[in-house]
Ligand binder design. Structure first.
Ligand SMILES: [Fe+2]
Length: 277
């Protein structure tokens, strides 16, 4: 295993804009597809972490949140170490405590700030952002707010290598385990106190591909947790396009050069993922 790497850091300013310390930092973030974000003062991360830890207590009523399809509800996955409580935005108010639903909406703001900055640098004219993003830029699309827990009693890899499919992923992990692939090798991503980890997903890569600045979707995985570190809690937020929508590729001149239904894009990615293994 190569030594750990240092990733660029950014912050959200008063005007809700994503700001990097230097242009080089921003370049690196776009090129790698991952960076640290300083936890904004207005985000009550501790409260959300407490909630995340509490739901893995066997007495917790949140273990009874029903499953909605394969991806939502309280889920214990077979074949790996992960259990999670996962819900899409329209169910937050039904199942999460008020302050956690509110926390989710604050992550919406962070995700939007990141996506807007990606669009800004892409040069794609602002009046096309909504069309390019399947409506996300004007409030459509969805988001998942997931509380995840990795348990070492299962020996498998925590999470197999993959890229995220959506626009932006926001991660709060309090212990190590995440690795990203650089030059064909997996490297540890250290936990940086006071920072969230942000990565871009395939949908954002897709819509910026023919613009002035595209973003990468990085391959990452979560390693099996060591016995000395029995439990890894994480909060994961995904900003995603609607599954029944479409994404469009524009040049900075505003010319449409490609498009895909979200369903087709995700299906193609799923196929690639299977061959990757
Ligand atoms: Fe991921």
């Amino acid at each position: 295993m190569k030594p750990t790497i240092s990733l660029p850091t950014a912050a959200i300013d008063q005007a809700q804009r994503l700001i990097f310390e230097t242009f080089q930092d921003q370049d690196l973030a776009w090129e790698l597809g991952v960076f640290y974000l300083k936890v904004p003062d207005w985000l009550d991360l501790e409260e959300a972490r407490r909630f995340g830890r509490s739901i893995f207590d066997y007495e917790s009523p949140y273990r009874n949140v029903p499953k909605y399809g394969e991806l939502e509800g309280f889920i214990a996955l077979e074949n790996n170490q992960q259990t999670k409580l996962a819900l899409r935005r329209h169910r937050w108010d039904d199942h999460y405590p008020e302050e956690i639903a509110q926390f989710g909406r604050q992550l919406d703001d962070i995700g939007r700030a990141v996506i807007r900055e990606v669009f800004r640098l892409s040069g794609i004219p602002e009046e096309l952002w909504t069309d390019a993003s399947g409506g996300y830029a004007s409030g459509k699309g969805t988001a998942f707010l997931n509380f995840v827990h990795y348990d070492t009693s299962q020996p498998d890899l925590g999470l197999r290598p993959h890229t995220d499919y959506g626009f932006v992923t926001i991660l709060d992990a309090t212990s190590p385990g995440l690795q990203i692939e650089l030059d064909g090798e997996f490297r540890d991503v250290p936990v940086l106190d006071g920072y969230l980890l942000i990565n871009f997903g395939e949908a954002l890569n897709f819509i910026t591909q023919h613009s002035n600045r595209s973003v990468a979707a990085i391959v990452h995985r979560v390693t099996s947790q060591a016995a000395s570190n029995p439990v890894r809690h994480g909060i994961v937020y995904f900003a995603n396009p609607d599954l029944d929508g479409a994404l469009k590729q524009f040049t900075a001149a505003g010319q449409e050069v490609g498009s895909s239904s979200v369903a087709d894009l995700f299906e193609k990615l799923e196929k690639d993922l299977t061959t990757y293994e």
